[in-house]
Design a protein around this ligand. Structure first.
Ligand SMILES: Nc1ncnc2c1ncn2[C@@H]1O[C@H](COP(=O)(O)OP(=O)(O)OP(=O)(O)O)[C@@H](O)[C@H]1O
Length: 449
């Protein structure tokens, strides 16, 4: 039986028949009824009925829009229609992201009298207890998550744009997991690692004898992803000649294996990612405009970590639990202050690496400043001077999608001067480690010519 204080028996019994958690509120945010699914999720009737929805879900003393979040009830009162938002809610299993759908219910005079709120857990971020999901609470992160949640159930082609280590692959996987294709394959392809000749046969497969070394017939990644999602990472690195083939696949929905004349129908959803500004590449003639419009149907920007600094304490805590699950490590306030002040050219990946290293250096249960790398402990200018005296590269300005990738000369100079690991160098250049390897390979090939 639905718990309620309201004499609306038909509506209340209808709510109780619904499997998803639902509540009925009045215009002043008061919960009038909660169905069984909601009570199982969020608490006993005496803790719910008559209380304000923002107190129950958020533990806020004021409505969400006065606490810096968007409030679907306030929005619905203005728009007069159904509103959807993504909120972080307190549930019986801890904090978790929920899709909230709020529908107004009108009285006989046509005035909005009540609201029905439906809650659905968001498969794109199953809460922080999950060992893989996206983590964040900041405004910039929520705006990104809301787009991810909205586009996931559709078939739209998505372009994820953001610096290296901002979580593009994690977001792509989240979209796949929340889509109708979730139980089919998610196939990730690193386009920067593929040479021109490999690109076509890897993507489309080849027939036996199609070229020297093709001893057997091989299915391509498009076929392997059939029914699921194909994730093309580092889309900006696809050579122009291959862009034509990709465009044809997207336009016709068909492709041919190398060495075959048979047309095969592709059943994939495409998600691509880039840390390079595709628009600038189009202007420079390095990326086809027609392909750009195809892949850019639904762009989502992933914010760099330094633009969502308020997420660092939460990220640090959850990531520490992920890198050292068997230990109960905590972070000393001084160490946390250094973590929050740092700029993270390598974004969340760099934070994760810093925490992994700190957990290995820490014998006790508290991460102290001396477990953190030097560059976090010095003011920016001092860190840079120090680096210069050691002959290391000064921290490169972090690459944003608006700025260019480092030139070959910059990479060659960085390689000559850098004494640390390749991982550290990639971080400083603001590119992923695999991109650095590819660029070094390119430089070596040039030197060999
Ligand atoms: N919001 C986040 N919450 C939790 N972990 C994250 C988040 N963003 C990134 N990470 C972690 O940071 C690392 C890098 O993430 P990911 O590979 O998705 O980044 P990327 O943008 O695809 O990087 P690249 O452009 O270099 O391929 C992974 O270990 C991932 O789990």
């Amino acid at each position: 039986m639905t718990a309620s204080v309201h004499p609306l028996p038909e509506l209340v019994s209808f709510l109780d028949s619904l499997p998803e958690p639902h509540i009925l509120c009045d215009r002043s945010y008061r919960i009038l009824a909660a169905n069984a699914a909601y009570r199982a999720n969020c608490g006993r009737p005496e803790d719910l009925i008559g209380r304000k929805c923002y107190e129950v879900s958020h533990r806020y003393p004021v409505p969400c829009d006065q606490a810096g979040e968007s409030c679907p009830l306030a929005r619905s009162l203005i728009s007069g229609q159904r509103e959807r938002v993504v909120h972080l809610h307190h549930t019986s299993s801890g904090e978790s992201y929920e899709n909230i759908e709020l529908s107004p219910v009108r009285d006989a005079q046509g005035e909005i009298a009540y609201f029905i709120e439906k809650l659905e857990p968001l498969p794109v971020a199953r809460g922080f207890a999950d060992d893989k999901g996206l983590i964040g609470r900041s405004q910039a992160f929520r705006a990104m998550l809301e787009l991810v949640a909205r586009v996931a159930p559709s078939e739209a082609t998505v372009l994820l744009q953001g610096e290296s280590g901002t979580g593009k692959e994690l977001a792509a996987k989240a979209i796949h997991d929340a889509s109708r294709r979730a139980d089919r394959p998610f196939v990730a392809v690193d386009c920067s690692g593929l040479t021109e000749t490999l690109f076509e046969s890897e993507l489309f497969g080849h027939e036996k004898g199609a070229f020297t070394g093709a001893n057997t017939r091989k299915i391509g990644l498009v076929e392997a992803a059939s029914g699921g999602t194909l994730f093309l990472d580092e889309m900006g690195d696809i050579p122009l000649t291959m862009q034509v083939k990709l465009l044809r696949l997207l336009e016709t929905g068909t492709y041919r294996r190398v060495g075959s004349t048979e047309l095969i129908r592709a059943d994939i959803r495409l998600i691509s990612a880039t840390h390079r500004p595709l628009k600038t590449l189009v202007e420079n003639g390095q990326f086809r405009q027609d392909l750009f419009y195809r892949v850019n149907a639904f762009p989502i920007g992933l914010p760099p970590l330094r633009n969502r600094r308020d997420d660092i304490p939460l990220l640090a805590e959850v990531l520490l639990g992920r890198v050292a699950p068997e230990r109960k490590l905590r972070i000393a306030p001084e160490a946390l202050a250094s973590l929050v002040a740092y700029d993270y050219p390598g974004n969340v990946r760099e934070l994760r690496n810093i925490l992994e290293r700190a957990s290995l250096l820490c014998d006790g249960d508290t991460i102290m400043p001396n477990h953190l790398p030097d560059e976090l402990l010095q003011p920016a200018a001092t860190a840079m001077d120090d680096d210069l005296t050691r002959g290391n590269l000064p921290a490169a300005p972090a690459l944003t999608p608006e700025t260019a990738a480092p030139s070959d000369e910059e990479i060659a100079a960085a390689l000559r001067n850098h004494t640390g690991s390749r991982k550290a160098l990639a971080t400083r250049l603001g590119i992923s480690e695999r991109t650095l390897y590819r660029r070094i390979k390119g430089l070596e090939a040039e030197e060999g010519n």
